[in-house]
Design a protein around this ligand. Structure first.
Ligand code: ATP
Length: 371
């Protein structure tokens, strides 16, 4: 195991004649990250945000434009990939079709000249851990997606890497299998405690697997924190909207003062939400700001509720939870309810808001305005 440190890491691709082009000047732009020994880090962000490029630079498969990468205390900038003591599991399983599962797992150990008995011991040990013992004599073509994925990961960790790098390793699996493999990866990490970097665009995967999540957009790190931190305490609108399903409702609002209280008001809507007192020192009458509130912090009030009457615009019954959308001006505001009732479009509900749970974001920069 080893810690991993990225210091001011930059990547600028030369786009000349390339099919794949970088939209921004830098695919990775001044990235600083430090992962502790044994930690499981997820790199999360939309397509093109620079996750894979970062991983490939750590692995030594992509030349870095500027910055430093340390694995343990060793600067690895100029070190050959095979000397970096890393294990790689990428989204395409890339198993060697003519080799059995056993030979696939053993391949790199043989190439390194490890003796036969030791190879056998290690292949068997890893196969038990990944539950692929029954597959060892099979050819890759006979394996299911989930089985291939297990073998792929077994092959990455059989060399006992100091650092395990995984790039969307579950992306080819269907929903159920993904969930099962997610649990397996978690279990595996608890057993081998190998420092791991896991690239994904799936926030659920990142939230359920990682000790800390690095959220990127356009090559820039937005926030690096535990799943709780990025969910409860997002630094900006991008993170707030990216984490959480359904996403946080974020609406433009004008704050108005009535008597001694401030309220969020919305264009073409009667909805008014009392602004939490902690924000009062930041506001004035007529102040324009974005307000964010998560769907689980909105409620359907009882009949005698003082909540604002709103018409149901969308109703989704997902079995164990129901989602209701109401129109607030031009926006749809979603709420989650465990209320058993089935609503129809046009029904009127009393919308209640847990105002204390609202977040504020600067209209121009998207940065969070803290109390
Ligand atoms: P995805 O999930 O779609 O793979 P990503 O977050 O992993 O996205 P990268 O693949 O790292 O993003 O790409 C970051 C940026 O660099 C994108 O704008 C991409 O088009 C660009 N890029 C990636 N590889 C190359 C390349 N070989 N040459 C030029 N530009 C590239």
């Amino acid at each position: 195991m080893a810690k991993l440190e990225l210091r001011n890491l930059y990547k600028r691709y030369d786009n000349t004649g390339k099919k794949k082009k970088t939209v921004n000047a830098f695919a990775v732009n001044g990235l600083n990250l430090d992962c502790r020994d044994g930690e499981f880090i997820a790199m999360l962000g939309p397509s093109g945000c620079g996750k894979t490029t970062t991983l490939r630079m750590i692995a030594g498969l992509e030349k870095i434009t500027d910055g430093e990468i340390f694995i343990g205390d060793t600067l690895v900038n100029n070190m050959h990939p095979k000397d970096r003591k890393i294990g790689l599991a990428f989204e395409d399983y890339a198993l060697y079709p003519p080799l059995t599962v056993y030979d696939n797992i053993a391949f790199n150990l043989r190439a390194k000249g490890v003796d036969k008995a030791e190879i056998d011991r290690r292949v068997m040990e890893i196969s038990r851990l990944l539950k692929v013992e029954e597959l060892l004599n099979m050819m890759p073509v006979k394996l299911s997606g989930g089985q291939k994925q297990r073998v792929n990961i077994a092959r990455a960790i059989v060399r006992r890497p100091e650092l395990l790098l995984m790039d969307e390793p579950l992306s080819h699996l269907d929903g159920k299998m993904r969930q099962a493999m997610r649990t397996e990866i978690k279990r595996l990490h608890n057993e081998i405690k190998c420092t791991s970097v896991y690239v994904t665009h799936d926030q659920l995967e990142a939230m359920s697997l990682a000790d800390r999540i690095a959220i990127m957009d356009l090559g820039v790190l937005q926030q690096f924190g535990t799943p709780m931190e990025v969910y409860d305490d997002p630094v900006n609108e991008f993170v707030a909207a990216f984490i959480g399903e359904p996403p946080m409702n974020i609406l433009e609002t004008t704050v108005i003062k009535i008597e001694d209280e401030f309220y969020f008001t919305f264009a073409d809507s009667d909805l008014r939400i009392l602004v939490p007192h902690r924000y009062y020192s930041k506001l004035s009458d007529g102040f324009k700001v974005k307000m964010g509130v998560r769907p689980m912090d909105l409620y359907v009030g009882k009949e005698d509720s003082k909540g604002v009457p709103e018409r149901v615009a969308v109703f989704e019954n997902l079995g164990d939870e129901r989602r209701i959308g109401v129109r607030v001006g031009e926006n749809l505001m979603m709420l989650i309810t465990d209320d058993e009732k089935r609503y129809a479009r046009g029904d009127v509900i009393k919308l209640e808001v847990n105002a204390e749970k609202t977040h504020l974001f600067d209209i121009q920069t998207g940065n969070r305005i803290r109390a």
